[in-house]
Design a protein around this ligand. Structure first.
Ligand SMILES: Cc1cc2nc3c(=O)[nH]c(=O)nc-3n(C[C@H](O)[C@H](O)[C@H](O)COP(=O)(O)OP(=O)(O)OC[C@H]3O[C@@H](n4cnc5c(N)ncnc54)[C@H](O)[C@@H]3O)c2cc1C
Length: 586
Protein backbone atom coordinates (compact mmCIF):
# COMPACT_ATOMS: atom_id res chain seq x y z
CA UNK A 1 0.00 0.00 0.00
CA UNK A 2 1.35 3.46 -0.90
CA UNK A 3 0.47 6.58 1.12
CA UNK A 4 1.28 10.14 0.22
CA UNK A 5 1.87 12.87 2.82
CA UNK A 6 3.76 16.13 2.46
CA UNK A 7 5.64 15.30 5.63
CA UNK A 8 6.40 11.95 7.25
CA UNK A 9 7.80 12.02 10.77
CA UNK A 10 9.25 8.81 12.14
CA UNK A 11 9.09 8.80 15.95
CA UNK A 12 6.53 10.27 18.29
CA UNK A 13 8.73 11.19 21.24
CA UNK A 14 9.22 14.81 22.23
CA UNK A 15 11.27 15.68 19.14
CA UNK A 16 8.90 14.14 16.57
CA UNK A 17 5.79 15.60 18.20
CA UNK A 18 7.29 19.06 18.65
CA UNK A 19 8.15 19.10 14.95
CA UNK A 20 4.68 17.79 14.02
CA UNK A 21 3.02 20.68 15.86
CA UNK A 22 4.71 23.06 13.37
CA UNK A 23 3.26 21.43 10.24
CA UNK A 24 0.15 23.39 9.37
CA UNK A 25 -2.51 23.15 6.63
CA UNK A 26 -2.63 22.94 3.68
CA UNK A 27 0.23 20.50 4.29
CA UNK A 28 -0.46 16.99 5.49
CA UNK A 29 1.63 15.24 8.13
CA UNK A 30 1.85 11.60 9.20
CA UNK A 31 3.67 10.48 12.35
CA UNK A 32 4.83 6.85 12.39
CA UNK A 33 5.81 5.12 15.61
CA UNK A 34 6.64 1.53 16.44
CA UNK A 35 5.04 1.95 19.86
CA UNK A 36 1.95 3.89 20.88
CA UNK A 37 3.04 7.58 20.87
CA UNK A 38 2.63 7.91 24.63
CA UNK A 39 4.96 4.96 25.19
CA UNK A 40 7.89 6.77 23.56
CA UNK A 41 10.94 7.00 25.79
CA UNK A 42 10.49 10.74 26.34
CA UNK A 43 7.69 9.70 28.70
CA UNK A 44 10.27 8.08 30.99
CA UNK A 45 12.30 11.27 31.47
CA UNK A 46 12.29 12.14 35.10
CA UNK A 47 14.40 14.99 36.37
CA UNK A 48 13.76 18.11 34.35
CA UNK A 49 14.30 20.43 31.42
CA UNK A 50 16.75 23.28 31.72
CA UNK A 51 16.29 26.99 31.06
CA UNK A 52 17.88 30.00 32.73
CA UNK A 53 14.53 31.36 33.97
CA UNK A 54 16.20 32.63 37.15
CA UNK A 55 13.09 31.84 39.19
CA UNK A 56 15.12 30.60 42.15
CA UNK A 57 18.36 32.58 41.90
CA UNK A 58 20.29 34.77 39.48
CA UNK A 59 21.00 33.00 36.19
CA UNK A 60 21.65 33.78 32.51
CA UNK A 61 21.50 31.88 29.24
CA UNK A 62 25.16 32.70 28.67
CA UNK A 63 26.09 30.82 31.86
CA UNK A 64 23.95 27.93 30.64
CA UNK A 65 25.77 28.03 27.29
CA UNK A 66 29.17 28.08 29.00
CA UNK A 67 28.21 25.06 31.13
CA UNK A 68 26.97 23.17 28.07
CA UNK A 69 30.18 23.88 26.12
CA UNK A 70 32.35 22.86 29.06
CA UNK A 71 30.15 19.82 29.77
CA UNK A 72 30.56 18.81 26.11
CA UNK A 73 34.35 18.82 26.67
CA UNK A 74 34.51 21.47 23.95
CA UNK A 75 33.23 19.16 21.20
CA UNK A 76 29.77 20.77 21.03
CA UNK A 77 29.19 23.27 18.21
CA UNK A 78 29.02 26.56 20.02
CA UNK A 79 26.66 28.41 17.67
CA UNK A 80 24.10 25.62 18.12
CA UNK A 81 24.58 25.65 21.90
CA UNK A 82 23.99 29.41 22.00
CA UNK A 83 20.78 29.00 20.00
CA UNK A 84 19.56 26.29 22.37
CA UNK A 85 20.33 28.05 25.65
CA UNK A 86 18.99 31.38 24.50
CA UNK A 87 15.80 29.87 23.11
CA UNK A 88 15.25 27.72 26.20
CA UNK A 89 13.42 30.44 28.09
CA UNK A 90 10.89 30.98 25.31
CA UNK A 91 10.53 27.24 24.81
CA UNK A 92 9.57 26.63 28.47
CA UNK A 93 6.99 29.43 28.47
CA UNK A 94 5.60 27.98 25.25
CA UNK A 95 5.20 24.57 26.89
CA UNK A 96 3.51 26.22 29.84
CA UNK A 97 1.08 27.88 27.42
CA UNK A 98 0.46 24.56 25.69
CA UNK A 99 -0.70 23.27 29.08
CA UNK A 100 2.30 21.49 30.59
CA UNK A 101 1.79 21.20 34.38
CA UNK A 102 5.16 22.19 35.89
CA UNK A 103 5.86 21.96 39.62
CA UNK A 104 5.50 25.43 41.17
CA UNK A 105 7.08 27.57 43.82
CA UNK A 106 4.87 29.09 46.51
CA UNK A 107 4.78 32.36 44.54
CA UNK A 108 3.34 30.51 41.52
CA UNK A 109 6.47 30.63 39.35
CA UNK A 110 7.86 27.44 37.76
CA UNK A 111 10.05 25.68 40.34
CA UNK A 112 13.69 24.87 39.47
CA UNK A 113 16.22 22.48 40.95
CA UNK A 114 19.93 21.66 40.73
CA UNK A 115 21.37 19.29 38.15
CA UNK A 116 24.88 18.07 37.37
CA UNK A 117 27.19 20.47 35.57
CA UNK A 118 24.79 23.46 35.75
CA UNK A 119 26.56 26.31 37.54
CA UNK A 120 26.79 30.05 38.04
CA UNK A 121 29.65 32.29 39.16
CA UNK A 122 29.68 32.44 42.97
CA UNK A 123 29.83 36.20 42.71
CA UNK A 124 27.43 37.04 39.85
CA UNK A 125 29.13 40.38 39.14
CA UNK A 126 32.46 38.64 38.63
CA UNK A 127 32.18 36.10 35.79
CA UNK A 128 35.58 34.69 36.70
CA UNK A 129 34.67 33.78 40.26
CA UNK A 130 34.39 30.13 41.31
CA UNK A 131 31.38 28.33 39.76
CA UNK A 132 28.83 26.81 42.12
CA UNK A 133 25.67 24.77 41.37
CA UNK A 134 22.61 26.72 40.17
CA UNK A 135 18.92 25.77 40.17
CA UNK A 136 18.14 25.69 36.44
CA UNK A 137 16.08 22.53 35.85
CA UNK A 138 12.32 23.08 35.47
CA UNK A 139 10.39 19.95 36.44
CA UNK A 140 7.12 18.21 37.20
CA UNK A 141 8.05 16.17 40.29
CA UNK A 142 10.14 13.34 38.79
CA UNK A 143 7.79 12.82 35.83
CA UNK A 144 8.84 15.72 33.63
CA UNK A 145 9.04 13.75 30.38
CA UNK A 146 5.69 12.10 31.02
CA UNK A 147 3.82 15.39 31.25
CA UNK A 148 5.82 16.89 28.37
CA UNK A 149 4.96 13.99 26.08
CA UNK A 150 1.26 14.16 26.98
CA UNK A 151 1.18 17.92 26.41
CA UNK A 152 2.81 17.63 22.98
CA UNK A 153 0.60 14.70 21.99
CA UNK A 154 -2.55 16.64 22.81
CA UNK A 155 -1.28 19.58 20.76
CA UNK A 156 -0.43 17.35 17.80
CA UNK A 157 -3.94 15.82 17.89
CA UNK A 158 -5.39 19.31 17.96
CA UNK A 159 -3.38 20.01 14.78
CA UNK A 160 -4.91 17.02 12.96
CA UNK A 161 -1.67 15.11 12.66
CA UNK A 162 -2.35 11.61 11.33
CA UNK A 163 -0.81 8.92 13.57
CA UNK A 164 0.27 5.48 12.37
CA UNK A 165 0.93 3.73 15.68
CA UNK A 166 2.68 0.38 15.83
CA UNK A 167 4.19 0.88 12.39
CA UNK A 168 7.80 -0.29 12.28
CA UNK A 169 9.95 1.66 9.80
CA UNK A 170 12.54 -0.50 8.07
CA UNK A 171 14.01 1.60 5.30
CA UNK A 172 14.62 5.08 3.96
CA UNK A 173 13.86 5.75 0.29
CA UNK A 174 16.14 7.87 -1.87
CA UNK A 175 15.81 8.99 -5.46
CA UNK A 176 17.55 11.64 -7.56
CA UNK A 177 19.84 12.51 -4.66
CA UNK A 178 16.93 13.26 -2.29
CA UNK A 179 14.99 11.47 0.41
CA UNK A 180 11.50 10.67 -0.85
CA UNK A 181 9.89 8.41 1.75
CA UNK A 182 10.10 5.41 4.05
CA UNK A 183 8.98 1.80 4.16
CA UNK A 184 7.13 0.47 7.21
CA UNK A 185 5.56 -2.76 8.45
CA UNK A 186 2.16 -2.59 10.14
CA UNK A 187 2.84 -4.66 13.26
CA UNK A 188 -0.75 -5.83 13.54
CA UNK A 189 -0.99 -7.34 10.05
CA UNK A 190 2.62 -7.53 8.77
CA UNK A 191 1.45 -5.60 5.72
CA UNK A 192 4.13 -3.45 4.06
CA UNK A 193 3.35 0.25 3.60
CA UNK A 194 5.32 2.69 1.49
CA UNK A 195 5.10 6.34 2.56
CA UNK A 196 5.86 8.84 -0.18
CA UNK A 197 6.78 12.29 1.14
CA UNK A 198 8.30 15.62 0.22
CA UNK A 199 10.09 15.72 3.56
CA UNK A 200 10.99 12.97 6.02
CA UNK A 201 12.04 13.65 9.62
CA UNK A 202 13.75 11.01 11.75
CA UNK A 203 13.11 11.44 15.48
CA UNK A 204 13.72 7.82 16.36
CA UNK A 205 15.45 8.22 19.75
CA UNK A 206 18.48 6.36 21.13
CA UNK A 207 20.27 3.00 21.04
CA UNK A 208 20.74 2.13 24.76
CA UNK A 209 19.81 -1.49 24.03
CA UNK A 210 23.19 -2.20 22.44
CA UNK A 211 24.36 -2.48 26.09
CA UNK A 212 23.26 -4.95 28.74
CA UNK A 213 22.71 -2.41 31.50
CA UNK A 214 20.68 0.52 30.21
CA UNK A 215 18.06 3.00 31.33
CA UNK A 216 16.50 2.96 27.87
CA UNK A 217 13.18 1.43 26.90
CA UNK A 218 13.14 -1.87 24.99
CA UNK A 219 12.36 0.12 21.85
CA UNK A 220 15.75 1.90 22.05
CA UNK A 221 17.34 -0.31 19.41
CA UNK A 222 18.96 2.38 17.29
CA UNK A 223 16.73 1.80 14.25
CA UNK A 224 16.99 5.36 12.96
CA UNK A 225 20.79 5.37 13.13
CA UNK A 226 21.10 1.99 11.40
CA UNK A 227 18.60 2.74 8.62
CA UNK A 228 20.31 6.04 7.81
CA UNK A 229 23.81 4.56 8.02
CA UNK A 230 22.95 1.64 5.70
CA UNK A 231 21.65 4.13 3.12
CA UNK A 232 25.05 5.82 2.86
CA UNK A 233 24.34 8.84 5.06
CA UNK A 234 27.06 9.24 7.71
CA UNK A 235 26.71 9.06 11.49
CA UNK A 236 28.53 11.64 13.61
CA UNK A 237 30.48 11.20 16.87
CA UNK A 238 29.06 7.77 17.65
CA UNK A 239 31.92 6.98 20.06
CA UNK A 240 30.35 9.27 22.67
CA UNK A 241 28.00 7.10 24.71
CA UNK A 242 26.68 8.48 27.97
CA UNK A 243 26.63 6.22 31.02
CA UNK A 244 24.42 7.73 33.70
CA UNK A 245 25.94 7.24 37.15
CA UNK A 246 22.83 6.06 38.96
CA UNK A 247 21.09 3.09 37.41
CA UNK A 248 19.49 0.65 39.87
CA UNK A 249 22.11 -1.99 40.50
CA UNK A 250 21.99 -4.81 37.89
CA UNK A 251 18.73 -3.52 36.39
CA UNK A 252 19.88 -0.23 34.90
CA UNK A 253 16.53 1.45 35.63
CA UNK A 254 17.25 5.12 36.09
CA UNK A 255 17.40 6.95 39.39
CA UNK A 256 17.30 10.52 38.15
CA UNK A 257 20.11 12.94 38.87
CA UNK A 258 17.34 14.93 40.56
CA UNK A 259 18.03 12.68 43.56
CA UNK A 260 21.46 14.30 43.84
CA UNK A 261 19.97 17.66 42.79
CA UNK A 262 17.77 17.44 45.88
CA UNK A 263 20.79 16.64 48.07
CA UNK A 264 21.48 12.91 47.60
CA UNK A 265 25.10 11.77 48.12
CA UNK A 266 27.10 8.92 46.59
CA UNK A 267 28.97 6.80 49.13
CA UNK A 268 31.48 3.95 48.93
CA UNK A 269 31.91 0.95 51.24
CA UNK A 270 33.65 3.13 53.85
CA UNK A 271 30.76 5.59 53.83
CA UNK A 272 32.97 8.23 52.22
CA UNK A 273 31.51 10.97 50.03
CA UNK A 274 34.15 10.11 47.45
CA UNK A 275 33.10 12.76 44.88
CA UNK A 276 34.80 15.32 47.14
CA UNK A 277 38.08 13.90 45.89
CA UNK A 278 37.19 13.90 42.17
CA UNK A 279 35.29 17.23 41.85
CA UNK A 280 35.96 19.34 44.95
CA UNK A 281 33.63 22.26 44.14
CA UNK A 282 30.52 20.61 42.70
CA UNK A 283 31.05 17.12 44.21
CA UNK A 284 28.06 14.83 43.50
CA UNK A 285 26.78 17.34 40.94
CA UNK A 286 29.74 16.92 38.59
CA UNK A 287 28.87 15.98 34.98
CA UNK A 288 27.86 12.39 34.34
CA UNK A 289 30.99 11.18 32.57
CA UNK A 290 33.13 12.17 35.55
CA UNK A 291 30.81 10.71 38.18
CA UNK A 292 30.46 7.38 36.33
CA UNK A 293 34.25 7.04 36.03
CA UNK A 294 34.74 8.00 39.68
CA UNK A 295 32.26 5.31 40.80
CA UNK A 296 33.98 2.64 38.74
CA UNK A 297 37.40 3.76 40.06
CA UNK A 298 36.12 3.36 43.63
CA UNK A 299 34.94 -0.13 42.77
CA UNK A 300 38.21 -1.03 41.01
CA UNK A 301 40.22 0.13 44.00
CA UNK A 302 38.20 -2.11 46.32
CA UNK A 303 35.93 0.49 47.89
CA UNK A 304 32.69 -0.69 46.24
CA UNK A 305 29.96 -2.18 48.40
CA UNK A 306 30.12 -5.98 47.99
CA UNK A 307 27.07 -7.76 46.61
CA UNK A 308 26.30 -11.43 47.42
CA UNK A 309 27.39 -12.53 43.92
CA UNK A 310 30.89 -11.09 44.30
CA UNK A 311 30.31 -7.91 42.28
CA UNK A 312 30.17 -4.41 43.80
CA UNK A 313 28.02 -1.32 43.70
CA UNK A 314 27.88 2.23 45.05
CA UNK A 315 25.34 3.58 47.55
CA UNK A 316 23.08 6.56 46.80
CA UNK A 317 22.29 8.04 50.19
CA UNK A 318 19.06 10.00 50.60
CA UNK A 319 18.55 9.07 54.26
CA UNK A 320 19.50 12.54 55.51
CA UNK A 321 16.75 14.19 53.42
CA UNK A 322 13.38 14.93 55.04
CA UNK A 323 10.91 12.16 54.24
CA UNK A 324 8.57 14.77 52.84
CA UNK A 325 11.13 15.88 50.19
CA UNK A 326 11.65 12.27 49.14
CA UNK A 327 7.94 11.54 48.84
CA UNK A 328 6.94 14.80 47.23
CA UNK A 329 9.79 15.53 44.84
CA UNK A 330 11.09 12.04 44.05
CA UNK A 331 8.04 9.77 44.29
CA UNK A 332 8.64 7.82 41.10
CA UNK A 333 12.27 6.85 41.56
CA UNK A 334 11.96 6.02 45.24
CA UNK A 335 9.01 3.85 44.22
CA UNK A 336 11.32 2.04 41.76
CA UNK A 337 13.84 1.34 44.55
CA UNK A 338 11.10 -0.08 46.77
CA UNK A 339 9.48 -2.13 44.00
CA UNK A 340 12.51 -3.52 42.19
CA UNK A 341 15.13 -3.80 44.94
CA UNK A 342 13.00 -3.87 48.10
CA UNK A 343 15.04 -0.93 49.43
CA UNK A 344 13.37 1.95 51.26
CA UNK A 345 15.36 5.11 50.37
CA UNK A 346 14.10 6.88 53.48
CA UNK A 347 16.09 4.41 55.61
CA UNK A 348 18.74 2.78 53.37
CA UNK A 349 21.16 3.69 50.60
CA UNK A 350 19.96 2.80 47.10
CA UNK A 351 22.38 0.36 45.36
CA UNK A 352 23.42 1.94 42.05
CA UNK A 353 25.81 1.45 39.11
CA UNK A 354 26.43 3.35 35.85
CA UNK A 355 23.84 2.55 33.17
CA UNK A 356 23.94 3.25 29.42
CA UNK A 357 21.71 6.25 29.02
CA UNK A 358 22.15 8.53 26.05
CA UNK A 359 23.60 8.82 22.53
CA UNK A 360 25.53 12.05 22.10
CA UNK A 361 26.26 11.17 18.47
CA UNK A 362 23.79 10.53 15.69
CA UNK A 363 22.51 11.66 12.31
CA UNK A 364 24.38 14.89 11.50
CA UNK A 365 22.21 17.98 11.07
CA UNK A 366 22.62 21.72 10.74
CA UNK A 367 21.00 24.08 13.26
CA UNK A 368 17.62 23.70 11.51
CA UNK A 369 17.40 19.93 11.51
CA UNK A 370 18.52 19.47 7.88
CA UNK A 371 20.56 16.28 7.59
CA UNK A 372 24.06 16.98 6.25
CA UNK A 373 26.19 14.37 4.58
CA UNK A 374 29.79 15.51 4.43
CA UNK A 375 32.64 17.60 5.87
CA UNK A 376 31.21 20.73 4.22
CA UNK A 377 27.79 20.30 5.82
CA UNK A 378 26.06 19.73 2.47
CA UNK A 379 22.37 19.01 3.12
CA UNK A 380 20.55 16.13 1.45
CA UNK A 381 17.20 17.45 0.17
CA UNK A 382 14.07 16.22 1.92
CA UNK A 383 15.73 14.72 5.00
CA UNK A 384 15.60 16.07 8.55
CA UNK A 385 16.44 14.69 11.99
CA UNK A 386 15.83 15.84 15.56
CA UNK A 387 16.11 14.68 19.15
CA UNK A 388 18.37 11.95 20.44
CA UNK A 389 18.72 10.39 16.97
CA UNK A 390 20.24 13.63 15.65
CA UNK A 391 23.65 15.17 16.27
CA UNK A 392 23.39 18.96 15.94
CA UNK A 393 25.83 18.89 17.92
CA UNK A 394 24.84 20.55 21.18
CA UNK A 395 26.02 17.81 23.53
CA UNK A 396 29.47 17.19 22.06
CA UNK A 397 31.33 14.54 24.02
CA UNK A 398 29.06 14.60 27.08
CA UNK A 399 25.49 15.83 27.58
CA UNK A 400 24.42 17.69 30.70
CA UNK A 401 21.30 16.38 32.42
CA UNK A 402 18.07 18.21 31.39
CA UNK A 403 19.62 19.37 28.11
CA UNK A 404 18.04 16.56 26.09
CA UNK A 405 14.42 17.48 26.74
CA UNK A 406 15.50 21.01 25.89
CA UNK A 407 17.17 19.85 22.67
CA UNK A 408 13.89 18.11 21.64
CA UNK A 409 11.70 21.17 22.01
CA UNK A 410 14.17 23.68 20.56
CA UNK A 411 15.49 21.69 17.60
CA UNK A 412 12.26 19.72 17.03
CA UNK A 413 10.53 23.06 16.52
CA UNK A 414 13.31 24.42 14.31
CA UNK A 415 13.21 21.30 12.14
CA UNK A 416 9.43 21.67 11.80
CA UNK A 417 9.84 25.29 10.76
CA UNK A 418 12.58 24.41 8.25
CA UNK A 419 10.26 21.79 6.73
CA UNK A 420 7.47 24.37 6.42
CA UNK A 421 9.92 26.70 4.64
CA UNK A 422 10.94 23.89 2.29
CA UNK A 423 7.28 23.14 1.47
CA UNK A 424 6.42 26.81 1.03
CA UNK A 425 9.32 27.22 -1.39
CA UNK A 426 7.48 24.88 -3.75
CA UNK A 427 8.94 21.47 -2.93
CA UNK A 428 7.38 18.73 -5.08
CA UNK A 429 6.99 14.98 -4.71
CA UNK A 430 10.00 13.34 -6.35
CA UNK A 431 8.99 9.91 -7.74
CA UNK A 432 9.60 6.86 -5.56
CA UNK A 433 12.47 4.60 -6.56
CA UNK A 434 11.53 1.44 -8.43
CA UNK A 435 10.80 -1.55 -6.15
CA UNK A 436 10.72 0.70 -3.10
CA UNK A 437 9.79 -2.12 -0.72
CA UNK A 438 12.22 -4.66 -2.13
CA UNK A 439 14.80 -4.68 0.65
CA UNK A 440 12.14 -4.95 3.35
CA UNK A 441 10.31 -7.73 1.51
CA UNK A 442 13.51 -9.69 1.07
CA UNK A 443 14.36 -9.40 4.79
CA UNK A 444 10.91 -10.59 5.82
CA UNK A 445 11.01 -13.49 3.38
CA UNK A 446 14.43 -14.54 4.56
CA UNK A 447 13.39 -14.49 8.23
CA UNK A 448 10.07 -16.27 7.64
CA UNK A 449 11.80 -19.04 5.73
CA UNK A 450 14.60 -19.45 8.31
CA UNK A 451 14.94 -22.84 9.96
CA UNK A 452 17.01 -24.48 12.71
CA UNK A 453 19.14 -21.41 13.23
CA UNK A 454 20.20 -19.58 16.33
CA UNK A 455 17.74 -17.56 18.45
CA UNK A 456 17.66 -13.76 18.23
CA UNK A 457 17.86 -13.48 22.02
CA UNK A 458 21.18 -15.36 22.23
CA UNK A 459 22.92 -13.17 19.70
CA UNK A 460 21.45 -10.02 21.24
CA UNK A 461 22.49 -10.89 24.75
CA UNK A 462 26.04 -11.78 23.63
CA UNK A 463 26.25 -8.39 21.90
CA UNK A 464 24.97 -6.52 24.96
CA UNK A 465 27.35 -8.26 27.37
CA UNK A 466 30.35 -7.78 25.12
CA UNK A 467 29.58 -4.08 24.59
CA UNK A 468 29.51 -3.57 28.39
CA UNK A 469 32.82 -5.29 28.77
CA UNK A 470 34.79 -4.03 25.76
CA UNK A 471 33.20 -0.73 24.70
CA UNK A 472 31.74 0.62 27.95
CA UNK A 473 32.95 3.41 30.24
CA UNK A 474 36.64 2.38 30.01
CA UNK A 475 38.13 1.48 26.62
CA UNK A 476 41.50 0.52 25.16
CA UNK A 477 42.80 -0.33 21.70
CA UNK A 478 42.84 -3.97 22.77
CA UNK A 479 39.30 -4.04 24.16
CA UNK A 480 37.89 -2.27 21.11
CA UNK A 481 39.75 -4.53 18.65
CA UNK A 482 38.32 -7.47 20.53
CA UNK A 483 34.83 -5.96 20.28
CA UNK A 484 35.28 -5.36 16.54
CA UNK A 485 36.11 -9.02 16.01
CA UNK A 486 33.20 -10.13 18.22
CA UNK A 487 30.96 -7.97 16.04
CA UNK A 488 32.01 -9.77 12.88
CA UNK A 489 31.33 -13.12 14.56
CA UNK A 490 27.92 -11.87 15.67
CA UNK A 491 27.13 -10.78 12.12
CA UNK A 492 28.09 -14.19 10.87
CA UNK A 493 25.79 -15.77 13.46
CA UNK A 494 23.04 -13.34 12.50
CA UNK A 495 23.19 -14.53 8.90
CA UNK A 496 21.98 -17.90 10.24
CA UNK A 497 19.39 -16.62 12.71
CA UNK A 498 15.99 -18.32 12.87
CA UNK A 499 12.60 -17.28 14.20
CA UNK A 500 9.83 -19.55 15.48
CA UNK A 501 6.78 -17.45 14.80
CA UNK A 502 5.93 -17.52 11.09
CA UNK A 503 2.56 -15.86 11.57
CA UNK A 504 1.32 -12.46 10.51
CA UNK A 505 -0.27 -10.92 13.62
CA UNK A 506 2.01 -8.98 15.94
CA UNK A 507 4.98 -11.10 15.02
CA UNK A 508 7.40 -9.77 17.62
CA UNK A 509 9.84 -12.56 16.80
CA UNK A 510 10.22 -11.10 13.32
CA UNK A 511 10.49 -7.50 14.52
CA UNK A 512 13.10 -8.39 17.14
CA UNK A 513 15.16 -10.03 14.41
CA UNK A 514 14.99 -6.84 12.33
CA UNK A 515 15.87 -4.79 15.42
CA UNK A 516 18.85 -7.02 16.07
CA UNK A 517 20.27 -6.11 12.68
CA UNK A 518 19.87 -2.45 13.70
CA UNK A 519 21.61 -3.08 17.03
CA UNK A 520 24.54 -4.68 15.23
CA UNK A 521 24.90 -1.88 12.68
CA UNK A 522 24.65 0.81 15.34
CA UNK A 523 27.14 -0.97 17.60
CA UNK A 524 29.55 -1.10 14.66
CA UNK A 525 29.51 2.68 14.35
CA UNK A 526 30.07 3.10 18.11
CA UNK A 527 32.97 0.65 18.20
CA UNK A 528 34.81 1.92 15.12
CA UNK A 529 34.34 5.53 16.20
CA UNK A 530 35.82 4.64 19.59
CA UNK A 531 38.69 2.64 18.11
CA UNK A 532 39.61 5.49 15.82
CA UNK A 533 39.62 8.29 18.41
CA UNK A 534 42.94 7.99 20.22
CA UNK A 535 42.27 10.49 23.00
CA UNK A 536 39.94 10.81 26.01
CA UNK A 537 37.21 13.40 25.83
CA UNK A 538 33.92 13.56 27.72
CA UNK A 539 32.25 10.18 27.84
CA UNK A 540 34.86 8.56 25.58
CA UNK A 541 37.62 7.41 27.91
CA UNK A 542 40.62 5.59 26.42
CA UNK A 543 42.85 4.21 29.18
CA UNK A 544 45.70 4.02 26.67
CA UNK A 545 45.21 7.70 25.75
CA UNK A 546 43.96 9.26 29.00
CA UNK A 547 44.39 12.92 27.96
CA UNK A 548 42.27 15.14 25.77
CA UNK A 549 44.23 16.01 22.63
CA UNK A 550 42.94 19.23 21.08
CA UNK A 551 45.79 19.42 18.57
CA UNK A 552 44.65 16.27 16.82
CA UNK A 553 41.10 15.60 17.95
CA UNK A 554 39.13 18.80 18.31
CA UNK A 555 36.93 17.58 15.45
CA UNK A 556 33.80 15.57 14.78
CA UNK A 557 33.91 12.04 13.43
CA UNK A 558 31.79 11.08 10.41
CA UNK A 559 31.35 7.32 9.87
CA UNK A 560 30.21 5.92 6.51
CA UNK A 561 28.84 2.39 6.21
CA UNK A 562 30.80 0.02 3.94
CA UNK A 563 29.27 -3.39 3.42
CA UNK A 564 31.43 -6.21 4.86
CA UNK A 565 34.19 -3.76 5.74
CA UNK A 566 35.12 -1.34 8.47
CA UNK A 567 33.35 2.00 8.03
CA UNK A 568 35.10 4.83 6.22
CA UNK A 569 35.93 7.73 8.53
CA UNK A 570 36.02 11.45 7.76
CA UNK A 571 36.08 14.53 9.96
CA UNK A 572 34.54 17.93 10.24
CA UNK A 573 35.58 20.92 12.33
CA UNK A 574 33.99 21.97 15.62
CA UNK A 575 32.35 25.41 15.39
CA UNK A 576 33.80 27.67 18.07
CA UNK A 577 32.31 31.10 18.84
CA UNK A 578 33.60 32.57 22.07
CA UNK A 579 34.48 29.74 24.41
CA UNK A 580 38.10 28.73 23.92
CA UNK A 581 38.88 25.16 25.01
CA UNK A 582 40.34 24.95 28.51
CA UNK A 583 40.95 22.21 31.01
CA UNK A 584 37.75 20.78 32.42
CA UNK A 585 37.82 20.94 36.20
CA UNK A 586 34.92 21.16 38.65
C1 LIG B 1 14.87 6.92 32.02
C2 LIG B 1 15.29 8.18 31.32
C3 LIG B 1 15.19 9.40 31.98
C4 LIG B 1 15.57 10.58 31.33
N1 LIG B 1 15.45 11.77 31.99
C5 LIG B 1 15.75 12.93 31.34
C6 LIG B 1 15.55 14.20 31.97
O1 LIG B 1 15.08 14.30 33.10
N2 LIG B 1 15.88 15.32 31.27
C7 LIG B 1 16.39 15.27 30.01
O2 LIG B 1 16.65 16.31 29.43
N3 LIG B 1 16.58 14.07 29.39
C8 LIG B 1 16.26 12.92 30.02
N4 LIG B 1 16.44 11.72 29.38
C9 LIG B 1 16.83 11.72 27.97
C10 LIG B 1 15.62 12.06 27.10
O3 LIG B 1 14.44 11.63 27.73
C11 LIG B 1 15.69 11.40 25.73
O4 LIG B 1 16.95 11.66 25.16
C12 LIG B 1 14.62 11.98 24.83
O5 LIG B 1 13.35 11.88 25.45
C13 LIG B 1 14.57 11.33 23.46
O6 LIG B 1 13.47 11.86 22.78
P1 LIG B 1 13.26 11.61 21.24
O7 LIG B 1 12.04 12.39 20.86
O8 LIG B 1 14.50 11.87 20.51
O9 LIG B 1 12.98 10.06 21.12
P2 LIG B 1 12.06 9.01 22.01
O10 LIG B 1 11.21 9.70 23.01
O11 LIG B 1 13.00 7.99 22.45
O12 LIG B 1 11.11 8.46 20.89
C14 LIG B 1 11.58 7.69 19.81
C15 LIG B 1 10.41 7.43 18.91
O13 LIG B 1 10.86 6.82 17.72
C16 LIG B 1 10.01 5.74 17.40
N5 LIG B 1 10.79 4.77 16.63
C17 LIG B 1 12.05 4.33 16.84
N6 LIG B 1 12.39 3.43 15.90
C18 LIG B 1 11.34 3.31 15.07
C19 LIG B 1 11.06 2.53 13.92
N7 LIG B 1 11.96 1.68 13.43
N8 LIG B 1 9.85 2.65 13.34
C20 LIG B 1 8.91 3.50 13.84
N9 LIG B 1 9.12 4.26 14.93
C21 LIG B 1 10.31 4.16 15.53
C22 LIG B 1 9.54 5.21 18.73
O14 LIG B 1 8.36 4.49 18.60
C23 LIG B 1 9.35 6.52 19.50
O15 LIG B 1 8.09 7.06 19.22
C24 LIG B 1 16.06 10.53 30.02
C25 LIG B 1 16.15 9.31 29.35
C26 LIG B 1 15.79 8.15 30.01
C27 LIG B 1 15.95 6.85 29.27
Amino acid sequence: MVHQYDVVIVGSGGAGLRAAVEIKPPYTCAVLSKVHPLRSHTGAAQGGVSAALANEEEDSWEWHAFDTVKGSDYLGDQDAIEIMCQDAIRAIIELEHMGMPFSRRNDGKIAQRNFGGHTRPENPSDPNSRRIPVKRACYSADRTGHVMLHTLYENAIKNNVRFFSEFFVTDLLLNQGAVVGVVAIDLMTQEIHVFHAKAVLFATGGYGRIYQVTSNAHAGTGDGFAITYRRGIPLEDMEFVQFHPTGLYKLGILVSEAARGEGGILRNRLGERFMERYAPTVKDLAPRDMVSRAMLMEIREGRGIPAPDGSSYIGLDLTHLPEEVINKKLPEITGFARTYLGVDPVKEWIPVQPTCHYAMGGIPTDNDGRVVIDENNTPIPGFYAAGEAACVSVHGANRLGTNSLLDLIVFGRRAGKAIMEFLNSGAEFIPLPKDAAEWTESQIQWLLSSQNGERVAHIRSDLQKAMMEYAGVFRTEESLQKMASILSELRERYSKVAIDDKGKQFNTDLIEALELRNLLDTAEAVVYGALNRTESRGAHYREDYPKRDDDNWLKHTLLYYRENQAPEIKYKPVRITKYQPMERKY
